[in-house]
Design a protein around this ligand. Sequence first.
Ligand SMILES: Nc1nc2c(c(=O)[nH]1)N[C@H]1C(S)=C(S)[C@@H](COP(=O)(O)O)O[C@H]1N2
Ligand SMILES: [Mo]
Length: 429
Amino acid sequence: MARVSAPDTAASRRGFLKAGLAGGAAFASALVSARAGAAEAGGDPAITEIQDWNRYSGAGVDQSPYGMPSPFEKEAVRRNVPWLTADPVSSVNFTPLHALDGIITPNGLCFERHHAGVAAVDPAEHRLMINGLVEKPLVFTMEDLKRFPRENRIYFLECAANSGMEWRGAQLNGCQFTHGMVHCVMYTGVLLKHVLAEAGLKSSAKWLLAEGADAAAMTRSIPMEKALDDCMIAFAMNGEALRPEQGYPVRLVVPGFEGNMWVKWLRRLEAGDEPWQQREETSKYTDLLANGKARRFTFTMDVKSVITSPSPQAPIAHGKGPLVVSGLAWSGNGVIKRVDVSVDGGRNWTPARIDGPSLPMALHRFYHEFDWDGSELFLQSRAVDEKGFVQPSKDALRAVRGVNSIYHNNGIQTWHVGTDGAVENVEIS
Ligand SMILES: Nc1nc2c(c(=O)[nH]1)N[C@H]1C(S)=C(S)[C@@H](COP(=O)(O)O)O[C@H]1N2
Ligand SMILES: [Mo]
């Protein structure tokens, strides 16, 4: 191979990168030639020694009828923060964003938020009732629901409490914990409006109450306008049945709106003429302002982003040279138009490269590649959505909302990168 004999000096690598070749290809070639250089110098045992996997046959088919990730990926798991909640039954764990790429969250890694644990629902015994201000109250079985026309849609779900622990200052050391109450999967299901049409909404029906079949009987009021727009009744995620943790056999999908409204184990929809003022929309999921008043019904999840690597759980291990900065951006208002990255704490910004599908109310993946000189960095990302909303600094957010809030913290995150590549959650004012 021609590459083996390619010269390998920092200067030539930099020259190569500057030559204006496609970014990704240039990086890959630079790294391959770096490794080839090492092998020529000393003899890399990863090349010269025959490994067991190269010598012996591996496991046969069916060893794992439901496939699992490589054991070398055992760090890519959901994690909780035990001191956050009193009991795991009403608690939350977090998506390992630092260990993932692309825009789709693997089903087994979607964060979980339950108020009374995971309901173990038998689909054959599950019913969905529609009552209230309808012409004809109805009850559907799962089979009934699967006879409506189906749609496939990719959406993020973010808990309104995501980043809630960071309101008063940097607290949790890892994007898994600061930003991991978000996931993004492809849902298969039916549009809610078709199911509601079957029951026939009365003209006075302006709100919809969604109720879960879990022991918490999670209940939220949803504006009818939203219900008739893009809400779905979903029974599959990423091509397979919903996971029990995500509401098997059926959940409500409320695109762009706070996760709490996405009722899992959906058992009842009631049409009404005003909101019900349930616990989860009065004492919880409201935003206490500095003047003691609370904002209610702040449904939309605002434009937000975070750098997932490097980050505290994904430090720079390779020293200076080509560095891939990667992150996620999303907005409940639609698609992400732009993401800017700063390496100096927000003094200078460079547009990042969004790669992969750019879908409304879905996660977007961005990259920013550069040659790290080994000096300390203050990494930030700032997203802009299609409505023109710009992700605010945390100070700007506090100036408007005070520090009593828990929910809807979409402020810009800062990671400090030390000269050794270690990364820490910090704030700069
Ligand atoms: N029935 C029911 N639905 C529920 C909840 C619940 O406890 N019970 N939690 C809500 C909250 S607060 C969030 S953030 C999302 C979390 O969805 P996930 O567990 O799929 O991540 O589900 C919502 N739907
Ligand atoms: Mo939530």
